[in-house]
Design a protein around this ligand. Structure first.
Ligand code: FE2
Ligand code: FE2
Length: 210
C-alpha cells in the first residue's frame, strides 16, 4: 500500500495557527518541513502523517496538542543531516549504513533544541522503547521530569505513532523480524511489550485501525 499524506484542514500553517504556536515556533516548524519536503519526500510524508496521528493520540490520552504535533512533525528532521548516499539508498543497507542512519535522532535533537527544547528531548527518544533495538543508547531516563516537564507520555506516543505509520504505510515488517506475528496490532504489541495497554487503548479509541 502506498503512502498517502493525511491532510490538515487548512494546511500545515492553518493547524499551527489554530493551536497557538508563537511566530518563531511556527516559522521554525514550517521551514523545517519545507526543507524536508525538498530533501526527502518520503520522510516528509511520513512526518506529516505522524503529526496527525500524534494529534489523535493527544486527544485519547489528554496530552498537550502543541507538544504532540510538533514532536510528530519534527522527530525525523535529523535525517536531513544524513549523507545523501545513505539516505537515498533503498535497499542493501550494510552495517555502516545502519550506523549512519542511527545517528538521525541525535541530529533531530541538535536541530530542534534551541527553538523547542522539550520537543528535542521527545524527538531524540523516538526509537527508544524497542528493547535491545532501541537507539541511541546513551539516553537519560525519561520516566521523571526532563527540563521540568513530564515527557514520558509523549515519548510513548511518538514511539507508537512512528512505528504504526511506518508499518501501515509501507511493508516494513518484511525484514523478517515480525514474520511470525499476524496482523499490525499484534506486531505493535510484540515490538513494544511494555506498551501493550497503550496499544489496546489506541485501538479501542480508533486512533489505530489497521
Ligand atoms: Fe526515526
Ligand atoms: Fe519516523
Amino acid at each position: 500500500m502506498g503512502r498517502q499524506i493525511s491532510g490538515f484542514n487548512g494546511g500545515l500553517m492553518g493547524i499551527l495557527n489554530e493551536l497557538g504556536f508563537s511566530t518563531r515556533e511556527k516559522s521554525f516548524i514550517y521551514d523545517e518541513m519545507q526543507e524536508e519536503r525538498e530533501t526527502d519526500l518520503k520522510t516528509y510524508m511520513h512526518s506529516m502523517n505522524v503529526g496527525k496521528i500524534m494529534l489523535n493520540i493527544a486527544e485519547t490520552f489528554g496530552l498537550d496538542k502543541k507538544i504532540a504535533i510538533a514532536s510528530g512533525l519534527l522527530h525525523d528532521n535529523g535525517k536531513m543531516d544524513i549523507s545523501r548516499d545513505v539516505l537515498y539508498k533503498s535497499d542493501n543497507f550494510n552495517k555502516d549504513d545502519w550506523y549512519e542512519m542511527h545517528k538521525h535522532p541525535g541530529y533531530s535533537y541538535n536541530r530542534i533544541r534551541k527553538t523547542l527544547p522539550i520537543i528535542a528531548e521527545i524527538a531524540v527518544r523516538h526509537h527508544s522503547e524497542q528493547g535491545l533495538k532501541s537507539y541511541p543508547k546513551n539516553l537519560s531516563d525519561s520516566s521523571g521530569k526532563v527540563l521540568g516537564f513530564a515527557i514520558s507520555p509523549y515519548v510513548t506516543a511518538i514511539v507508537l505513532a512512528d512505528f504504526y505509520e511506518a508499518i501501515t504505510s509501507e511493508n516494513r515488517t518484511g525484514d523478517g523480524r515480525y514474520d511470525h506475528v499476524t496482523g499490525i496490532k499484534e506486531c505493535m504489541k510484540f515490538s513494544h511489550p511494555k506498551l501493550k495497554q497503550e496499544v489496546n487503548k489506541l485501538y479501542e479509541n480508533r486512533v489505530f485501525a489497521a
